[in-house]
Design a protein around this ligand. Structure first.
Ligand SMILES: *[C@@H]1O[C@H](CO)[C@@H](O)[C@H](O)[C@H]1NC(C)=O
Ligand SMILES: *[C@@H]1O[C@H](CO)[C@@H](O)[C@H](O)[C@H]1NC(C)=O
Ligand SMILES: *[C@@H]1O[C@H](CO)[C@@H](O)[C@H](O)[C@H]1NC(C)=O
Ligand SMILES: *[C@@H]1O[C@H](CO)[C@@H](O)[C@H](O)[C@H]1NC(C)=O
Ligand SMILES: *[C@@H]1O[C@H](CO)[C@@H](O)[C@H](O)[C@H]1NC(C)=O
Ligand SMILES: *[C@@H]1O[C@H](CO)[C@@H](O)[C@H](O)[C@H]1NC(C)=O
Ligand SMILES: *[C@@H]1O[C@H](CO)[C@@H](O)[C@H](O)[C@H]1NC(C)=O
Ligand SMILES: *[C@@H]1O[C@H](CO)[C@@H](O)[C@H](O)[C@H]1NC(C)=O
Ligand SMILES: *[C@@H]1O[C@H](CO)[C@@H](O)[C@H](O)[C@H]1NC(C)=O
Ligand SMILES: CC(=O)N[C@H]1CO[C@H](CO)[C@@H](O)[C@@H]1O
Length: 271
């Protein structure tokens, strides 16, 4: 009965037009879009000790010759932005989300602050991203969940920032993730059990947060047998202690006082 209904025809026409419009818009981005995105970042730099970007990121030269920037051979678009160890302070503009060919975003060991703009990882824009290294900055706020829609992501390093909130269970959508570090932040809540089904994950660092464990499945009785109250916590499997400091400076993937709670943990291990 909906056949040839004029209203449906009109709605369909609008939907198709909208789709075409967004495709044209996406196709309309070019190296100038990338330049605008990087200039927006340059504008957000509040401290640049050696005037590196001020001098080098000049509009009179192609962005592909800018320091820290690499372009792809085929598309001649920005594929790598690596400004790690430049000593910069500033914030991240949403325009970075327009770098639609970006594969590597590395701003580690600087003094970037503020929160991550939600648009930064908006679905579809940064769909080629493989590596995100924001480690050793002063970034804060929650992680926009849009980042976990990027299925190409292989490495996410947020070590040593001031990020907070919970680790969302949709993180397991990033099935290609091989390295995840959230250490030295203010994450709270339970570690999502879905992390256990990220089969490519080789490195996982969650230490020095305010996370809690909720282990319901321990197939080989690994923790049940190994995390015993009678042995020193630094000798437990999966726990590494600071070798210079044989006390409580644990870089463990959970911060709970295991010595006092191990019995309770073992109780909750096996369903
Ligand atoms: C990029 O696109 C804009 C508008 O779509 C156009 O004005 C500009 O000339 C293009 N730049 C290059 C380098 O193709
Ligand atoms: C910017 O730095 C790159 C890499 O060091 C260099 O090749 C380029 O000539 C510099 N550009 C300017 C305008 O200084
Ligand atoms: C970024 O550059 C630094 C310093 O040159 C290097 O050590 C690091 O491996 C690079 N990061 C990525 C993700 O390529
Ligand atoms: C880039 O990002 C900004 C901010 O999100 C947006 O206003 C702009 O339209 C985007 N597109 C281009 C082509 O610069
Ligand atoms: C992302 O892509 C959409 C659709 O092409 C566009 O409207 C938007 O401006 C882009 N940039 C950001 C930062 O969202
Ligand atoms: C990065 O910065 C942190 C904190 O300042 C420092 O501990 C670390 O050694 C730095 N990494 C490198 C490779 O220099
Ligand atoms: C893995 O996690 C996803 C998302 O939570 C879920 O849909 C899927 O069923 C899980 N697969 C297994 C094998 O646990
Ligand atoms: C726990 O595992 C560690 C590392 O494999 C091992 O050195 C230690 O002896 C084990 N402890 C117990 C009580 O099995
Ligand atoms: C040893 O642990 C104490 C208390 O947790 C800490 O303040 C100190 O910085 C640690 N020392 C080293 C060398 O890591
Ligand atoms: C290393 C570390 O952060 N330890 C903390 C773990 O949590 C207990 C209880 O919340 C604190 O007392 C420790 O300082």
């Amino acid at each position: 009965m909906a056949k040839n209904n004029p209203l449906i025809v009109i709605i369909t026409a609008f939907v198709v037009l909208g789709l075409m419009f967004s495709l044209v818009k996406a196709a309309a981005t070019n190296i100038t879009t990338d330049q605008h995105a990087l200039l927006a970042l340059k504008d957000r730099i509040k401290y640049d000790p050696t005037n590196l970007l001020a001098k080098n990121w000049s509009t009179s030269s192609s962005v592909c010759t800018w320091i820290g920037v690499t372009c792809g051979v085929r598309h001649h678009r920005v594929t790598v932005l690596n400004i790690s160890y430049f000593g910069l302070a500033g914030t991240l503009p949403p325009q970075l989300g327009n770098l639609s060919f970006l594969q590597v975003l590395a701003i580690g060991n600087n003094s970037f602050s503020g929160s991550l703009p939600e648009e930064l990882f908006f679905l579809g824009n940064l769909s080629s991203l493989r590596v995100v290294d924001l480690s050793y900055n002063q970034l804060s706020g929650t992680i926009p969940s849009s980042i976990f829609q990027i299925s190409s992501l292989e490495k996410l390093d947020l070590t040593s920032n001031m990020f907070d909130g919970q680790i969302p269970s949709i993180i397991s959508k990033c099935q290609r993730l091989q390295m995840l570090s959230l250490s030295l932040n203010n994450f709270i809540g339970y570690i999502p059990k879905e992390i256990g089904n990220m089969t490519m994950l080789k490195e996982l660092y969650l230490g020095n947060n305010k996370l809690q464990a909720h282990i319901t499945h321990d197939p080989h009785n690994l923790l049940a047998n190994n995390w015993t109250a009678s042995t020193f916590v630094c000798n437990w499997v999966g726990i590494t202690c600071d070798s210079q400091n044989n006390s409580h400076s644990l870089e463990s993937y959970l911060n709970e006082s295991y010595e006092h709670h191990s019995a309770a943990y073992r109780k909750s291990l096996i369903p």
